[in-house]
Each structure stands twice: as structure tokens, then as C-alpha cells.
Design a protein around this ligand. Structure first.
Ligand code: GLC
Ligand code: CA
Length: 567
């Protein structure tokens, strides 16, 4: 065991019926020894785009505060706000120039405190985004670092000599296009940046960096923040020998050779550092969520730590990249559910095409959105949703290069259009600019905002929004959905995913038609202890299952059925 918890303490946790991998927290709002975040619905707010309170076309903290009643009504337990700190906004806040303040475009620390206090009144926790890998090139640490080779902060970043005139130190590439090295004429060395050149990577091997960054988290924890979503953790460390990455066949979307990111990503020290950060979080009973890009479940498991001492909620981002296929989703969820650690499901975010657009077939778009909600809100685990998902917001990708705001979309056009499309203003009503701003919004709203908006959908019991509210409500009130095991059923069905969530109190049956055609299924629950059981619908869409038997349960295209099972 790598952490300090003795075997005895560990055994005691088992005796007490706690889940050790859930972490040390047993805070309020927990069920059966679970921490609050295990049953939470976490809602990602992209502050630029949520609500603009002062008409400058950019969302802000007061805008978020004004929408807390809406979030409470939806059933949200925590909001994760993407970076709202002072920033030159090259990467729309992911280039932080001061970690312990609020960017004036979003408001003030006073506005932030009010947001936290108002959220607390509504039982909503506030989670911030911690950009650990890099700062802005305008951060005072970097300004000092670049000023001379002997400056106090020189070693806080990664400076190296080039291989020769005009030759960067090695072949590593920035994920945002071009080389990962930028030459700085003042000190005649290159600095390393995995993202934009305006985002120099911090040198986490320097103890001063660790101390300063850990203190940043303490600053916010003391202000009432419930945890952090950790940005870009995979790139915290690089090979100190700067070994070239292996070149692979083919070109990437920026036209550069493909590379295996072997020496600039996921170095073992990253896990050690996250475990150290977790100790700080534990001082405040806080939760750590990871932006954990993995290619398989074994990799995902590593982020929990060997005995739950790393991240409580490493995001399953693989789920954002699966084709709409019952066997594919079934296999994936089975693997994640049986991995060590608490599953953290995500179907989209501010870097990824909206799930609504990803899966739309042009005919059943809303049904598909409801089916996806019925799916990832009834799994065993924490669900992180992206603003607008609950109203069926679609991507609004730029049509012309000159309209693109995200720099990668300008550099990579047309193969890479950037991320503007998934970051457009929240659609509050059917008025111009969807009620987001009285000014000119920083990104345009799509025509579909006329039908897909909070006001219109609130009054419509069959809207995507109404479905989300109901399924979130069930998730919180059905004991089997809170604590029940995930038990897959009919595992060879090529079109439908079916499962039980089964607890001591009872079971909930979930059936999802992942196909565009009507399907039916028959369930024999005798092996699960429910011989001759009856079902009663709790929530359904595109189905009409009569309450009672489990024979020949019919679902229309992309239907979803959620029912309670009883003897
Ligand atoms: C993460 C963020 C993304 C940002 C990048 C660099 O991937 O989610 O939006 O551009 O890190 O900070
Ligand atoms: Ca504003």
C-alpha cells in the first residue's frame, strides 16, 4: 500500500460497511456510507456561455447565481465552473495569469463568495477548475522565469537549449498544432508548451511549484469550494532526458506526422503527484475530479490510486467516443462498473462535440437524447453533465474560418474547426440570442434555440428537459438507483441494453433501445431473485409497456423504459 492508511484502519472500514475506494469522506447527504459526490449530479458550467448579467455578450458569475433556482429544480448537486480566473483568454480561461482571483469579465471575488453562499442555500456545491499543467505566459511566475536564466522562477518552467540554430530540443508536438517548443530570444532558450505557446508548462519537479500550486487549492477550499476538476493531468511530467517520441505513419489534422506520445504524457510521477494533491484535498474533505484521457479501463483504474488514495472521480472520457451501439456501450459499462473505484460518467464537455449532435439521426434526435439521459443517469456512479445537455442543445459549428474564435480552429481549418460549436450560449428562451444576453453574444446561437430552450421545454411534459428532471429525480429517490449493484441482463441482445440496479430494498429495471427500429425483449429475473416478478413503470419514452409481466416488452426506436421490480 502506498498511502499511510494502515491495514487495520482499512479492515475497520470494511467492518463498518464503508467503501474504502470511495475515499475518506463521509460528509452530509451521503447514503449507506457513501460520500455526497457518489450520488451527485455534477453540472459543468462554461461561464462565458451560461448567462450574461451585464450585457457585454459574455456570461459571468452573477449570471450563474441568477440561475441557481433553475439548477436546483433540475436536481443538480454541484456545479463545476470552468476557469473564471484572470486570463488573457487565449484558451478562454485555460491560460491562467492569477490563480487566486476572478477575471473582471466574470466579476469579483465578492461575486464569487455570493455565488457559493447562494448555491449552498440550495444544497449546490461549487467545484472549480484547476489548470495544473501550465500557466498563462502572462503569469508573473512566467514573466519572471523568462526574464533571465538566473531568475527566481527560471526553473518553474521547462527551459532547454535547442539542438542547433532554429532546431527545437526534440520532436515533441503541441496538441494544439506546431512544435511544443518556443524559442525566447531574451535568454536564447526554448520553453516547453504542450498546449498553446501562451500556455507554458510548469515544472512540477521544482518543489516551489508544488508548494505554490497546493496553496492555490487551499485558498479556494477555505472559500468554500467543494473540490476541483483537474485540467490536463496527463501532461504534468515529461521525460527529463527529452527522448524523441516515436514517429508513426500518417499525418494528424494539422498535417504533422503522427506520433506516439510516449515521453511527454502519463509519466508514473504524475500519479505520485496526484496522490500528494489528494492529501491536501483530504484536509478539506474535498473531491478531486480528473480530466483523464485513457484508452482503456486498466489505464482509468490507475487514477484511483492503489487503495483509493488518488482521484475520487477520474472521468470516463472513453464514453464520449463510442458509436451508438448496444453491444459496444454494454461492454464498456460492464468494464467500468467492475473496475476498482467509483465510476464517473460523462457524455460530453466543452472540448467535445455535443452528444445531441453526435448521435442525432435527423428523425429521432430528442428520443436519442432522452435515451442517453435514461442511460447515464441510471448507472451506478457519478454523472457529470454539460450545460445545455438537458435541453437537447446541439453543436453550432462555425461555417466560415473567419467566424472561428478557438485558435485551434483557425490553425486547423477545415479539418479541425475548433470547439466553438459546443460552447455556444445557453438557450434560456425563444427570444433573440436565446435570452442569454441583451448584447451581442460572443458566439451565435443556433436556429434550434427557438424550440430547444428552457422556457419552451419547461412547459412541455414530453420535452428533453422534462425527461432529464424526472430521471434525475428518480436517481435520487429510488434506493436501488442510489445504492444498487449494476446487473446486466440479456447480454447478447444486439439492439437493446437492459440492466437491473439491484439493492437490498428492491430493484429497478432499465431497458434502452439503442436502435432506430422497434425492438422487444423478454426478461427472466429468477436468477436475480425475482421469479414471477412484476414491473411498474417509473419513467418511459417511446414505449408503452403495460404494468405487469416481463414478457415481450416492446420499445419503439430509441425508447427508454425505467420500471420498479417487485414480487
Ligand atoms: C483541457 C481543457 C481544454 C483546454 C486544455 C488546455 O483539455 O478541457 O479546454 O484547452 O486543457 O488547458
Ligand atoms: Ca457579462
Amino acid at each position: 500500500m502506498r498511502n499511510r492508511m494502515s491495514f487495520l484502519a482499512f479492515a475497520l472500514l470494511f467492518v463498518l460497511g464503508c467503501t474504502p475506494f470511495a475515499g475518506a469522506q463521509q460528509s452530509s447527504g451521503s447514503t449507506a456510507g457513501h460520500a455526497w459526490w457518489q450520488h451527485a449530479v455534477i453540472y459543468e458550467v462554461y461561464p462565458r456561455s451560461f448567462d450574461d448579467s451585464n450585457g457585454d455578450g459574455i456570461g459571468d458569475l452573477n449570471g450563474i447565481t441568477s440561475k441557481l433556482d433553475y439548477l436546483q429544480d433540475l436536481g443538480v448537486d454541484a456545479i463545476w465552473i470552468t476557469p473564471c480566473f484572470p486570463s488573457p483568454q487565449v484558451d478562454f480561461g485555460y491560460d491562467v495569469s492569477d490563480y487566486v482571483s476572478i477575471d473582471p469579465m466574470y466579476g469579483t471575488l465578492g461575486n464569487f463568495d455570493r455565488l457559493v453562499a447562494e448555491a449552498k442555500k440550495r444544497n449546490i456545491r461549487v467545484i472549480l477548475d484547476f489548470v495544473v499543467n501550465h500557466t498563462s505566459d502572462q503569469h508573473p511566475w512566467f514573466l519572471d522565469s523568462k526574464s533571465s536564466r538566473t531568475s527566481t522562477h527560471r526553473d518553474w518552467y521547462i527551459w532547454r537549449d535547442g539542438k542547433g540554430t532554429g532546431q527545437p530540443p526534440n520532436n515533441w508536438l503541441s496538441t494544439f498544432g506546431l512544435s511544443a517548443w518556443k524559442y525566447d530570444p531574451t535568454t536564447k532558450q526554448y520553453y516547453y508548451h504542450y498546449f498553446y505557446p501562451e500556455q507554458p508548462d510548469l515544472n512540477w519537479r521544482n518543489p516551489g511549484v508544488e508548494k505554490a500550486m497546493f496553496d492555490v487549492t487551499r485558498f479556494w477550499f477555505k472559500r468554500g469550494v467543494a473540490g476541483f476538476r483537474l485540467d490536463a493531468v496527463d501532461t504534468l511530467f515529461e521525460d527529463p532526458n527529452l527522448t524523441d517520441n516515436p514517429v508513426l505513419p500518417g499525418k494528424d489534422k494539422f498535417g504533422r506526422p503522427n506520433m506516439e506520445e510516449k515521453y511527454d504524457k502519463k509519466l508514473p510521477e504524475m500519479h505520485v503527484e496526484l496522490q500528494r494533491l489528494r492529501k491536501v484535498a483530504d484536509e478539506y474533505d474535498a473531491v478531486l475530479i480528473g480530466e483523464t484521457w485513457t484508452s482503456n479501463v486498466a489505464q482509468l483504474e490507475e487514477y484511483y490510486g492503489n487503495n483509493g488514495n488518488e482521484l475520487q472521480l477520474p472521468m470516463d472520457l472513453m464514453l464520449t467516443d463510442l458509436p451508438l451501439s448496444a453491444p459496444v456501450f454494454r461492454e464498456h459499462v460492464k468494464a467500468v462498473d467492475s473496475a476498482r473505484g467509483w465510476p464517473t460518467y460523462v457524455i460530453t464537455n466543452h472540448d467535445i462535440q455535443r452528444s445531441y449532435s453526435r448521435y442525432a439521426d435527423g428523425v429521432h434526435n430528442d428520443d436519442i437524447a432522452k435515451m442517453m439521459a435514461g442511460f447515464y443517469m441510471t448507472l451506478r456512479g457519478t454523472s457529470i453533465m454539460y450545460y445545455g445537455e438537458e435541453i437537447g442543445m446541439e453543436n453550432n459549428d462555425p461555417k466560415r474560418k473567419e467566424d472561428v474564435k478557438d485558435p485551434i480552429g483557425i490553425l486547423g481549418w477545415p479539418l479541425e474547426k475548433g470547439r466553438d460549436g459546443e460552447r455556444t450560449p445557453m438557450q434560456w428562451n425563444g427570444s433573440a440570442n436565446a435570452g442569454f444576453t441583451t448584447g451581442k453574444p460572443w458566439l451565435p446561437v443556433p436556429a434550434s434555440a427557438k424550440t430547444h430552450n428552457v422556457e419552451a421545454e419547461s412547459g412541455n411534459p414530453s420535452s428533453v428537459l422534462s425527461f432529464y428532471k424526472q430521471v434525475i429525480h428518480l436517481r435520487k429517490t429510488e434506493p436501488a438507483l442510489l445504492d444498487g449493484a449494476y446487473v446486466p441482463l440479456n447480454e447478447t441482445d444486439p439492439n437493446m441494453i437492459s440492466y437491473l440496479r439491484k439493492s437490498k430494498e428492491g430493484a429497478v429495471l432499465v431497458v434502452l433501445n439503442f436502435s432506430g427500429k422497434p425492438q422487444s425483449a423478454t426478461f427472466d429475473l429468477s436468477k436475480q431473485g425475482f421469479a414471477g416478478a412484476k414491473v411498474k413503470a417509473l419513467l418511459q419514452n417511446a414505449v408503452n409497456v403495460p404494468d405487469g409481466a416481463l414478457q415481450n416488452v416492446k420499445l419503439d426506436a430509441y425508447g427508454v423504459y425505467i420500471g420498479s421490480v417487485s414480487h
